[in-house]
Every structure is written in structure tokens, then in C-alpha cells.
Design a binder for this molecule. Structure first.
Ligand code: FHN
Length: 682
């Protein structure tokens, strides 16, 4: 290569690398714009794991993790390669199915955790070209996406169970020693493969990293890889799984950590919008990412269409997965749903593409998305529950109405509107045109003037003896009126003006509303607080510090029945800990004894675990956090009298990361890991 050319190339890479770090917020928004406006994409998990199709050794619950979950040795798994011949693969069919469903981009697994490369790479023979198929499906899909106007994107796993330099090894792979594995060589391998993906398949929309959670990967490597990828395609978008700061399946990035360009909630939709963040919920259509021919638990198109509206109403993107077969075809159930979603999108996509999050904190009848218009703004009211009286109430909006109509009505017949205090009324036809989601459009004048109901803030959601209540509104120049009642009540002229926090001493509803100059400007918010009877403390004596535990080993997909297990070890621990474990996979434990609480009050217990766990208080199952899952927490509020209460915590671990935490909070006790001073046993 001539010297000047080398110089130009070097300068380009340097500038691009600097660019990735020096991008302004406005430049970032510009780069994100196509993606943010798209709102809806197709995820495709397709690889060698489609050959066993979820079944191994008589068990049928596997997916793309089959090599590790079923502990299939490398040389056995490699035998799928000469069997992989997806003769039914047709890139145009796949891309048209996505396009016709209203999806604007496709993210496909170029390499999943098993390390098999679904593209023509010179870096390893463990790739699709070295199969009877001998074609590069990524090349064909790139061309089809170009043809049909769909953005083509790659998923790429940092974790790699095949490459000899990847570490750590799977714990169960006793016959695969680390040898002279060199992780830096693996990073070089990753970059070489990514360079092929980013220079030989045209303009790539998104690089969707995954498998970043193992201890060999860190923030610095993530930032370096982010800059490397951006140096090859400066306008590419990269998710937060390039770094090491993701908050598990919740998917957003820990405060202060490098988070790429967007967050990635997985199999879940955030409860509320995440203002100021780009995020995308990825979700399976059934229960597996990779093809499982036994998994018929597909979500209905109704669920999917409503989730699309829910996600868009919170300002997020929806990446819906398809797991193709080893023949290269989409499962019939996936095709059916994509067609039904497409029918809805054909008349309603305007209420999804390019919309912003709802201005309302809640809309009882469905969801809302919005767009700015000349001199005002447009609300798309996604009506799931058609009002019995055929009149839709849009509360807390003081703007004047231009017009309202049903989006799927080609004539855009104008609907009669009116106003009751803060609420706009819209008279609807007797029957909803679409029982899944009818979109009612309403055009409003001027700057948005919304007032959401007051927030009703408490430390707990129920009470034993008393509970402090604080009311708040972010709106300027409003007064809050409230009333306490035995049923849900509208706050009209009644109630009292809120001046300072107050206390509840019994179960009741708190109803609150915002007023301005004596007139209601928001809907009423109502919240029920239940009074709990505290459980009686145990009359016990001669207790010793700590909890007793029992330890077991075996393979389970859910909490075992401990009574039927052979016990391996037992002993006493200071507090809830996995210290007694003798290995990191395929083991179970339970702890039992008493928790001593200082006073009669309501306490919140939070159980967090990977994999499954259960909490029993006074002999009753209080928290069920069972199942194969990454770190997830579940809570319970329990009234307890002062003294000792029986406690038991069950836990099991299959494979992968492992963790167990029990938190307690109560009067004068902020949320904290349960302290050893509170734990005793007989
Ligand atoms: O382990 C992977 C899994 O196989 C799948 O690819 C999902 C999709 O987001 N990501 C990881 C689990 O979080």
C-alpha cells in the first residue's frame, strides 16, 4: 500500500476513534434518529443450535444455549456442522416477512455464544461456508435488506465457548484445559471477524453485542471495542452490552458506567418511560431465542401488538425475535403472528413510527404516543378497552382540540369532542373497529398543557399501625386536594387542601387531584392501602446465633423437593451466603432458623437470586423467586410482631453466574442485607 494511502487510512481511523469519544449530544441524536424513529425491529437467532432444535439426550427444553446447558462436549457439538444445510433458506422471504410486519430493521446472530460463525470468515473454519450449505446467508440477507429498504444489523457474542483462546472455559468442560489460551489473542480474533462483518456486508445499522457478563470482559475493553467498531463504520449504532455495566435483564446501564448507545431490557418492558435514554426491549415470540421444535408457547398477536404500543408509549424500541429452523425457514407460528401484526401496522403504523413517549403517567383505557405538528401536537390514543358508554375521557389535558378521528378510518370521519373540567371527551362508535387496539387520533393546539394526577408517595404499600403519606406534583401553580375513603372517590369540590405529609391509621383509599384557581386540572389518582395483622412471634428460647443450612448437589430446572434429596453437607452460617457451596454449578441449599425483629411493624423482605430461590416466613411461602433466571429480585411486605419469627430460604443453581441475597427494611432499617445479629437457630 502506497505511503500516502497508509497515512490517509491512519488519519481516518484516528479521527473516527476520536469521533466516537467526542460526539456531541446533538450528533448522537442525529446518528440515533433512524433507529429511534423505526421503533420496531426483528431479532433473529439462527445458528448450529437449530440442528438439535432444543432436544438432547431425551430432554426438550433447550435453545441456543444447548451446548452448555446440556453439557455437550465440543467434539460432539462440532458434529452438527456437517449436518447443517438450510436448503429452505430464502433471504428475500425473511426480509419481506419482516418488512410486511412493519419492522424497519433486522438484527441477526452473526456469532452466538457457541462460537459458530454464520458468515464467510477467514478467521475460523467453524463457519457456515464449511457446511453442506456453502453459502453466506449474511451476504444474501444484506442484499435483500438493501432491496427492500430494511436496515441490516448484526448480533455478535463476546462470550465464545468454541475459540481456544476464549476464557473462562465452561466449568463442566473438565477435558478442555486452559492450555496456552490467551484472551488478548481472542480479542484480536473478535476484531478480525468484526472487521469482515463491517467491511464486507455494506452499511450495518446496529452492532448488537451480547455475552459481555463474564469476568474476562471489562469496561476498558468495551470502550475500545466500541471505538474500534465505530472506526470501521462511524454512523453505526452499538448497544450497551459492548461494555460491562448492564443491569442484568433490566438491561439499562449502571450509573457512571459506559453504556454504548442504547439500553437493552430483555424479556421485559420498563414499568415507566425512561426519559433521556435510548432503549430497546428484546423479546422472544415463544420461550426460546433459538429454535425449539417443542416450544409452542407463542405469544398471541394481540399481546404483541399491545406490547408494541406499550413500548412505543414509553419511548422505546421493540426487537421481536424469530428462531428459524435448521432448514432455514421461520416457524409457522411466527409467520402467522408476523402477518397479523402486519395487518394492524398497515393501518396504524403512523402511531408507532417516529412517535415520542406519552405525556401521561397513566391512561386507564390503553396507551398513548405523540408527535409534534405545526402549531400543536397529535396524540395517538391506543384504545385497548373500549369505554362502555362509548365516550373516551382524556384527563389532565387543557389544550384546545382541532379534531379527532379513528386512524384506520380511511375517511378520517371527525369524531365529536367536548370537555368536562380537565378531561377532553371523544364520542366513539358503538363497536371498536379493532378489538385489539383501535387508534384514536386527536389533534391539539399550542404547546402541550398536561397535568398528571398527584403522586401518592409512601415507604410501603400497606400498614400495620400507621403509614406516612406524601402527595406531590411536578406542575407549577397547582394545589393538591385529597380525601381518604373506603372506596375510590373522585376529588371534586370536596376533600382538603394538601399542605404537609399526613398519616394513615387504617386501611383505606387515598384520592388526590390537582387544582388551579379552584378548578380541577388533572384526573384523580386513587391508591388503596391495606392494613395487615402482624404475625405472632414464636415463644422460643436458648437460641444460638446464625442459621442452620443443608447442602445438596444435582441438576434441576426449578427448586427441588428437598425431602427427596440426599443431603451432602450441613452446618451453621452467620447469614444468608453461598459460602457452603462446594462448586459453582448444579447445587442447592436451604437455610433455616429465626429472624428477630425489634418492634411490631411492617417489614419488606427482598429476595434476589440467580438461579431460583424461595423465602418462607412463619412457615408460609412468602416470596417465590423460583426458576432458571439471571439475578432478579422479588419483594414482600409482612406485618410482624416484635420477637422471633421462623425463617427459611431455599436456593438452587444450575449453570452460569450464581448469587443469593436477602434484604430487609423496616422502621429505622433502610434496605440492607439481613444482618447476622437478626438471625438465630435452635
Ligand atoms: O445468552 C443470551 C441469549 O442466548 C440471547 O441471545 C439473549 C438475547 O438478548 N441474550 C443473552 C441472554 O441475556
Amino acid at each position: 500500500m502506497k505511503r500516502p494511502l497508509i497515512l490517509i487510512l491512519f488519519s481516518f481511523c484516528l479521527i473516527s476513534r476520536l469521533a466516537a469519544q467526542k460526539e456531541t449530544a446533538a450528533q448522537h441524536d442525529t446518528r440515533m434518529q433512524w433507529w429511534s424513529e423505526a421503533r420496531f425491529g426483528m431479532f433473529i437467532h439462527w445458528g448450529l443450535y437449530a440442528v438439535p432444535a432444543g432436544t438432547w439426550d431425551g430432554k426438550t427444553g433447550y435453545g441456543e444455549w444447548i451446548r452448555t446447558s446440556a453439557q455437550i462436549p465440543l467434539e460432539t457439538y462440532n458434529k452438527f456442522q456437517p449436518q447443517f444445510n438450510p436448503a429452505g433458506f430464502n433471504a428475500d422471504e425473511w426480509v419481506k416477512a419482516a418488512r410486511d410486519a412493519g419492522m424497519k430493521y433486522i438484527v441477526i446472530t452473526s456469532k452466538h455464544h457457541d462460537g459458530f460463525c454464520m458468515f464467510d470468515t477467514k478467521q475460523t473454519d467453524f463457519n457456515i461456508m464449511k457446511t453442506p450449505f456453502q453459502r453466506d446467508p449474511m451476504k444474501e440477507l444484506a442484499a435483500a435488506c438493501q432491496k427492500y429498504g430494511i436496515r441490516f444489523c448484526f448480533y455478535y457474542s463476546i462470550m465464545d465457548w468454541h475459540h481456544p483462546d476464549y476464557l473462562p472455559r465452561r466449568e463442566w468442560e473438565k477435558n478442555r484445559p486452559v492450555g496456552d489460551a490467551d484472551y488478548e489473542k481472542y480479542v484480536a480474533y473478535m476484531k478480525a471477524g468484526l472487521k469482515e462483518l463491517l467491511t464486507q456486508y455494506g452499511n450495518i445499522g446496529v452492532l448488537w453485542f451480547d455475552g459481555e457478563w463474564e469476568p474476562t470482559w471489562n469496561q476498558a475493553q468495551g470502550l475500545d471495542l466500541y471505538n474500534y467498531v465505530r472506526s470501521l463504520q462511524p454512523s453505526i449504532i452499538i448497544n450497551n452490552r459492548v461494555g460491562a455495566g448492564r443491569l442484568d435483564m433490566e438491561g439499562m446501564t449502571k450509573q457512571g458506567m459506559f453504556g454504548g448507545d442504547f439500553g437493552t431490557p430483555e424479556q421485559q418492558i420498563p414499568l415507566t418511560g425512561l426519559p433521556g435514554s435510548y432503549w430497546e426491549t428484546c423479546m422472544t415470540m415463544n420461550d426460546h431465542w433459538g429454535y425449539n421444535n417443542n416450544d409452542k408457547n407463542f405469544k398471541s398477536s394481540k399481546e404483541i401488538i399491545r406490547m408494541l404500543a406499550d413500548i412505543a408509549s414509553k419511548g422505546g424500541n421493540y426487537l421481536l425475535n424469530v428462531g428459524p429452523t435448521a432448514l432455514g425457514t421461520f416457524p409457522r407460528e411466527s409467520i402467522e403472528r408476523l402477518k397479523e401484526i402486519g395487518k394492524w401496522m398497515e393501518f396504524n403504523s403512523e402511531s408507532i413510527y417516529g412517535t415520542k413517549a406519552s405525556p401521561f403517567t397513566s391512561t386507564p383505557w390503553g396507551r398513548c404516543t405523540m408527535k409534534t405538528t405545526k402549531g400543536g401536537f397529535r396524540l395517538y390514543l391506543h384504545v385497548f378497552d373500549w369505554p362502555g358508554n362509548n365516550q373516551l375521557l382524556v384527563g389532565g389535558c387543557l389544550n384546545k382540540v382541532n379534531k379527532a378521528f379513528i386512524l384506520s378510518d380511511k375517511k378520517h370521519l371527525v369524531l365529536k369532542t367536548g370537555r368536562i373540567n380537565d378531561a377532553i371527551t371523544i364520542d366513539l362508535p358503538v363497536n371498536p373497529p379493532d378489538t385489539i387496539n383501535t387508534v384514536v387520533v386527536i389533534d391539539l393546539k399550542g404547546e402541550p398543557d398536561f397535568t398528571n394526577p398527584p403522586e401518592i408517595v409512601t415507604d410501603f404499600s400497606c400498614l400495620v399501625d400507621t403509614l406516612k403519606v406524601t402527595l406531590s406534583s411536578s406542575r407549577p401553580n397547582v394545589q393538591i386536594r385529597f380525601l381518604v375513603s373506603d372506596t375510590v372517590r373522585q376529588v371534586d369540590t370536596g376533600g382538603v387542601f394538601y399542605k404537609e405529609p399526613f398519616y394513615l391509621y387504617r386501611g383505606c383509599y387515598v384520592n388526590a387531584r390537582c387544582f388551579r384557581d379552584g378548578k380541577p386540572v388533572s384526573r384523580t389518582s386513587s391508591r388503596l392501602f391495606i392494613q395487615k395483622i402482624p404475625t405472632v412471634a414464636r415463644a422460643v428460647s436458648d437460641l444460638k446465633p446464625g442459621l442452620a443450612y443443608r447442602y445438596f448437589e444435582g441438576e434441576w430446572d426449578k427448586m427441588p423437593n428437598f425431602k427427596k434429596l440426599q443431603q451432602w453437607y450441613f452446618g451453621v452460617v452467620d447469614t444468608i451466603t453461598l459460602a457452603p457451596k462446594k462448586r459453582n454449578e448444579n447445587f442447592a441449599l436451604y437455610f433455616f432458623g429465626y429472624v428477630k425483629v425489634p418492634k411490631r411493624a411492617l417489614y419488606r423482605f427482598t429476595l434476589s437470586s440467580d438461579d431460583g430461590s424461595k423465602l418462607f416466613l412463619d412457615g408460609l411461602l412468602s416470596i417465590n423467586n423460583d426458576g432458571l433466571h439471571s439475578m432478579q429480585e422479588k419483594s414482600l411486605e409482612q406485618g410482624l410482631n416484635a420477637g422471633y419469627h421462623a425463617i427459611k430460604v431455599e436456593y438452587f443453581q444450575r449453570t452460569g453466574s450464581t448469587d443469593l441475597r436477602l434484604y430487609i427494611e423496616g422502621p429505622g432499617i433502610p434496605k440492607t442485607l439481613i444482618k447476622k445479629e437478626m438471625l438465630f437457630h435452635d
